[in-house]
Ligand binder design. Sequence first.
Ligand SMILES: CC(C)(COP(=O)(O)OP(=O)(O)OC[C@H]1O[C@@H](n2cnc3c(N)ncnc32)[C@H](O)[C@@H]1O)[C@@H](O)C(=O)NCCC(=O)NCCS
Ligand SMILES: Nc1ncnc2c1ncn2[C@@H]1O[C@H](COP(=O)(O)OP(=O)(O)OP(=O)(O)O)[C@@H](O)[C@H]1O
Length: 396
Amino acid sequence: MLQIGLTGGIGAGKSTVARRLAELGATVVDSDKIAREVVEPGTDGLAEIVAAFGGEVLAEDGSLNRPALAAKVFGHDENRARLNSIVHPRVRDRAVELTSKAPADGIVVQDIPLLVENGMAPAFHLVVVVDADVELRVRRLTTSRGMDEKDVRARIAAQASAEQRREAADVWLDNSGTEDETRAAVDELWHERLLPFERNVREGTYPERGGPKIVEYDEEWPRDARQLIARLKLAAGDKALRLDHIGSTSVPGLAAKDVIDLQLTVAGLDDADALAETLGRAGFPVLPAFTRDTPKATDPDPEHWRKRTHSSADPGRWANLHLRAVGSPGWRYALLFPAWLRADDAARADYEAMKREMATRFADIPSYGDGKEPWFAQADARAEAWAAATGWTPPL
Ligand SMILES: CC(C)(COP(=O)(O)OP(=O)(O)OC[C@H]1O[C@@H](n2cnc3c(N)ncnc32)[C@H](O)[C@@H]1O)[C@@H](O)C(=O)NCCC(=O)NCCS
Ligand SMILES: Nc1ncnc2c1ncn2[C@@H]1O[C@H](COP(=O)(O)OP(=O)(O)OP(=O)(O)O)[C@@H](O)[C@H]1O
């Protein structure tokens, strides 16, 4: 089952996107709808709200007077926090219940207005943010939905900023154009990314990656890495001693293959094996072919260079995950090498030139990797010399 989090500010177009995803076959779990159900007349949710805010938040028929409560909570942080603490746990419980009923090969889309505000992004395989400019949203809500402008702006002020949502977004859907344009973007997302992602997670497979292609350094790589690290930390729990962004994309300014490499530090490879299935379910199936790093002269025993490798099932974001035992030579080198490249401009330029050359010479990734080995043989000594001169030691 693939779990998608869908969010966006009020009026951004979440419902429009969710409706299309439902038409395409997703199971949509709507938090706004659940938030209404858990405060219906007769519920303990409504009783708690009345205990907290008084009988004036009830309508004559005993149901919740929503505008009256809205007037108390938007623009009043303490009241809103109190209301949230009553409603949100109930919404979460019910969402878990509904999600568990979805088919094993299903794609569940949880439409959660406050996903970013509540720090829920790491719980999903993918977070989709729908966005439109604030003024456009105000215009849409006051015209087509007849909302009061002050109410709309008070709600926007109570929600995350576009920057905060960007930090959590794997997919950014701009809904400032027509609804047809947004629907077309959703259709493409569904067919090109969500369907194959779900199938890969279920079958333990990963997408076709193509050959080695070097691209310019991308300022968004660190954020992509942060998102994946947060997700994997949540999935791996205590067995993950640490998670680091490693490899070329962790070196600012360095051109690289568009791959986020991550290292998950475990106490020993038994822990790595115990995590294999969990990581697969979280979107990183195991890659059985790559179980060892190439030993280096400093420690030629191949047994010391064992690792486990996983790769992302998401066709939209190539990422590899290396599980290595804390203190092992491969673990240390994976942290040392990018640290050295970050610190040494000449080494970075040298490495980049060599990579570009190998990428033109070799059409497949394994040959490209082998082609880089001779360069590494001389680079190891330089990296070690740098470590000795600067007193670098691996973190932990
Ligand atoms: C205050 C209430 C009664 C107002 O009801 P009303 O019918 O006017 O709004 P509705 O619930 O349909 O929400 C519309 C939109 O308002 C925004 N909004 C609602 N609650 C909140 C909140 N606590 N903080 C920030 N924005 C909110 C969201 O963008 C939401 O999509 C209601 O919003 C509520 O109970 N809110 C608390 C629960 C909540 O956080 N719901 C949203 C996600 S679960
Ligand atoms: N691309 C668009 N062009 C014009 N109007 C749009 C577009 N997308 C959405 N709308 C309209 O804007 C309003 C808000 O859209 P929608 O209900 O999808 O937003 P939402 O993010 O679900 O809002 P809420 O946070 O209140 O749940 C609706 O009246 C919708 O019909």
